[in-house]
Design a protein around this ligand. Structure first.
Ligand code: ATP
Ligand code: MG
Length: 670
């Protein structure tokens, strides 16, 4: 195990009061958190169950858990919370659902579900135009993250568009509550509201969580900030680590100023800065420092590394996207062969999810194993969404969205008019659609034939739910899938039988995953409901990331998803204007956040860094010329090697000449 440097040691040992570790990339912030947890448990008589560490992504939480697991052995680590903010919120809501007025087994709406609901509401209640659903969803999310209630949003609304969003927000909240459902933002907002409104509940949680540690603090939004502040209370038992240069979620409401706020909230705050980077070669670090130096700074940081100067940073200029992806993949193969490395030593990072498609094809073509984080995920596949709808309905028959998804999958000859009648009846009586199926008065709204079919369905489904409460829930679920003959349905609805088989195999993977989840749950909570809700949350948070799947594979992910991670060899593709920095950020003049994103990308690399860009790229169905990203100009010129196809050399040299001249001019101007 590595030896902590004196400042890291100080940060680990200091448990008397609130602490902020403020430091650049790769300086061991996350290591301080993991080592501190171990120190507290092993040397300070803290029970693991009284410690909670939170971060942002499942991948990061898992890595942290692994690192802690190596430091605390055996039962001493029992009950330790190392999770994402959302998971912590979910735990609180699950334990307090009665106080909160939710039925057990509430559903969690993912982005798609939430958007579908907003669309419906726009059509039903606001006279059409569901096109705005996405924008309104974003707006609602911002309101929630800023703790603005629907009533406040309506009161503050200015102009028709604002009023539409705010009233949609009100209806949306009402519908969610009626469906016994929560969305993503609620997972944090609701615990905060609960703690603010009910001090005795807060005190209970304060007794449970006696020390909190937060990684990537610069990316907390208002509700996350409040959640931490409330739990910590005036005891000040808190360690947060962060780097303002890695704040990349402003568009989702993150407020790096929360770091500054700490000094006001805790006047006794201790601040420790770390300056040695243990991750990257000096050259990679120099490049990162030089790029980020173009942003204004609140905190001054200087990072150094003694891992050697390292190889030059390469910039590959490619004719088009096809060449770019092919080049990266063949380079990795070649590099691996010559350096005797593993595929998992390589990561390919990009700005937008769409950039992974072509890469995947090339990787498949060259038979390179890879793991894609995010993007079109396992859980967004149709077959998975179908079966997930059944699972969601098992734990919550009030989940109208799930009900609507599965009621005609496979076909049950229940028509749109029947469903509409059912929906109207359910709304009028303030009950769920599932419950409405068995109400006496339904016949007046829905014809007899329709009612009969609906009741056939609920009769069957009630049996399924009953079976799930028995000894063999997984078996009951498999039987349900056989009952609806889902395999045949897939064959009828897939382009080829090979596709149908593949899709059916996915269903099996899902059920196996549920089985594994069930097996891992602690005894007191061991039931199928908990297992399904865990699966639903995983679906929401991490999409297709399968545990352990990453080993031995090239890692593909967006720059955003790469935060906190590290890889020996990193490729960042698409270093072009309008891609990085992204077009929308250029339009909104928000280059600084894009630069931080670039900084995050560069600092993921331990030993080598390669950047690629295209001369042309297909966008909006057209081949468009691309300009090199401005961030390339901010790299240290002497540490870069440009490589391009022969046909580009001449123009490239000329372009570089011009750019160098411009950089020199700037230098002297300063
Ligand atoms: P980021 O800002 O990217 O999240 P970080 O500050 O959290 O980075 P870590 O991931 O904790 O940095 O550490 C970076 C690398 O340095 C890890 O591989 C870690 O094991 C290693 N490291 C941290 N501290 C030391 C140390 N004192 N001696 C040797 N290696 C160390
Ligand atoms: Mg970290």
């Amino acid at each position: 195990m590595s030896k902590l440097n004196p400042r890291q040691r100080e940060a680990v040992d200091y448990i008397d009061g609130p602490l902020l570790v403020l430091a650049g990339a790769g300086s061991g912030k996350t290591s301080v958190i993991t080592r501190k947890i171990a120190y507290m448990v092993n040397h300070c008589n803290y029970k693991a169950a009284n410690i909670a560490a939170v971060t942002f992504t499942n991948k990061a939480a898992r890595e942290m858990k692994e690192r802690v697991g190596q430091l605390i052995k055996g039962p001493a680590s029992r009950g330790l919370t190392v999770s994402t903010f959302h998971n912590l919120g979910l735990t609180i809501i699950r334990k307090e659902h009665k106080v909160l007025g939710y039925k057990a087994g509430f559903s969690i709406f993912d982005q798609q579900d939430a958007q579908a609901l907003i669309k419906d509401l726009l059509i039903q209640q606001h006279g059409g135009d569901s096109d705005q659903a996405e924008a309104i969803q974003h707006r609602i999310s911002n309101w929630k993250n800023d703790m603005v209630s629907p009533a406040q949003a309506i009161a503050q609304a200015d102009g028709p568009a604002d009023i539409l969003s705010a009233t949609a927000y009100e209806h949306y909240q009402r519908a969610l509550k009626a469906y016994n459902a929560l969305d993503f933002d609620d997972l944090i907002l609701i615990p905060v509201q609960l703690f603010l409104g009910q001090p005795e509940v807060l005190e209970k949680w304060q007794r449970k969580i006696r020390y909190m540690l937060v990684d990537e603090y610069q990316d907390t939004n208002i509700t996350q900030y409040l959640l931490v502040k409330l739990i910590v209370g005036d005891r000040g038992k808190l360690t947060v680590v962060g780097d303002d240069d890695q704040s990349i979620y402003a568009w989702r409401g993150a407020r790096p100023e929360n770091m500054v706020q700490l000094q006001t909230d805790y006047p006794q705050l201790k601040i420790i800065k770390l300056e040695q980077n243990y991750r990257s070669t000096a050259r990679i670090l120099k490049a990162a420092n030089q790029v980020i130096a173009h942003n204004p700074h609140v905190f001054d940081k200087s990072l150094w590394s003694d891992l050697g100067y390292g190889d030059p940073i390469r910039i590959l200029r490619c004719r088009n996207e096809e060449v770019e992806c092919e080049r990266v993949v063949t380079e990795i193969l070649d590099h691996k062969l010559r350096n005797n490395t593993e595929f998992c030593d390589y990561a390919i990072l990009y700005r937008g999810n769409h950039q992974s498609r072509l890469l995947e094809l090339k990787l498949q073509h060259h038979q390179v194993p890879y793991n894609l984080t995010g993007g079109t995920s396992f859980f967004s596949r149709h077959e998975i969404k179908d079966i997930m709808a059944y699972l969601k309905l098992i734990i919550n028959t009030d989940d109208d969205n799930a009900f609507l998804r599965l009621i005609n999958t496979p076909r049950r000859k229940i028509g749109a008019a029947t469903l509409e009648g059912l929906g109207t009846y359910a709304t009028q009586h303030d009950i769920s659609m599932y419950t409405a199926c068995n109400e006496q008065g339904l016949e007046q709204q829905v014809g007899d034939a329709g009612v009969k079919r609906l009741r056939e369905f609920t009769y069957w489904f009630d049996k399924v739910r009953e079976n799930c409460q028995g000894e063999k829930p997984i078996w009951a679920i498999r039987e349900m899938i056989a009952d609806i003959d889902y395999e045949a349905w897939l064959h009828q609805n897939s382009a080829s039988s090979a596709t149908a088989e593949k899709r059916y195999a996915n269903v099996n993977i899902l059920i196996e995953s549920l089985e594994n989840t069930l097996a891992k749950i602690d005894e007191d909570d061991n039931n199928i409901e908990t297992a399904i809700s865990k699966l639903v949350l995983r679906d929401l948070m991490e999409r297709q990331e399968e545990e352990d799947e990453a080993s031995g594979k090239v890692q593909l992910m967006t720059l955003h998803a790469s935060k906190g991670l590290e890889f020996p060899h990193v490729y960042i593709i698409g270093m072009e204007e309008e891609l990085l920095p992204h077009r929308s950020s250029i339009e909104e003049d928000n280059i600084e956040e894009e630069r931080r994103l670039c900084y995050v990308g560069i600092t993921r690399a331990k030993r080598s860094l390669t950047l690629t860009l295209c001369a042309k790229r297909k966008q909006f169905g057209e081949m468009l010329d691309c300009a090199p990203s401005r961030f390339l100009d901010e790299l240290p010129y002497d540490d870069i090697v440009w490589e391009g196809g022969p046909e580009q050399d001449a123009s490239l040299a000329k372009e570089r000449g011009k750019q160098t001249l411009a950089s020199l001019k700037n230098l002297f101007a300063d």
